[in-house]
Design a protein around this ligand. Sequence first.
Ligand SMILES: [Fe+2]
Length: 196
Amino acid sequence: MKRENYLNAVNNTLEKNIFYHSLALEACMGGIYDYLQKNNLLKNNELPKDDWLIAGLIHDIDYVGEFKEYHPNKTKEALIKSNLEVKNEIITLIKSHAPKSTGVNPTTQAQWSIFCADSLTGLIVAVALVYPSKKLAEVKVSSVLKRFLKEPKFAAGTRRDEVKLCELSEGLNIPLEKFIEICLTSMQQIAPQIGL
Ligand SMILES: [Fe+2]
């Protein structure tokens, strides 16, 4: 399972903004995993970090062409087009980011992570774009939190009700502000790769 192969597949398949979003979610998945591990909060039946990362990277790979209306139920088929595959646990993990389309509700920490972080990336990008420099480096946790809580029309595509479920005790049990901090700092680390 080589990252480079999946990266090329996503890059060659998706529009640039969705490609950037894919890289952003991959970074968030890695950041959340590291946070849980560092704080001894990672449950021992969780998938390895590489699986979290690949799932983030390819979660939208079927959001194109004939598969788009079935997204994210056609990950396997979309991967086959690039001569790639992943194990079933990763397919299930990807499905859990869109329960309404797949019927797979998040239960594991990895599943809650992909579910809660998916649409938060868009809000973080939108906050960066407000600055004249359009740089993620300028963005503060407090600015993202303020836009999140007090300006529901800002980056309206961000499903705030879903992101907020990061606080669920039976899920990730991470306070919203901390969750935003983890995702923001993860994205800042790859800012040049996502044009920010
Ligand atoms: Fe996504």
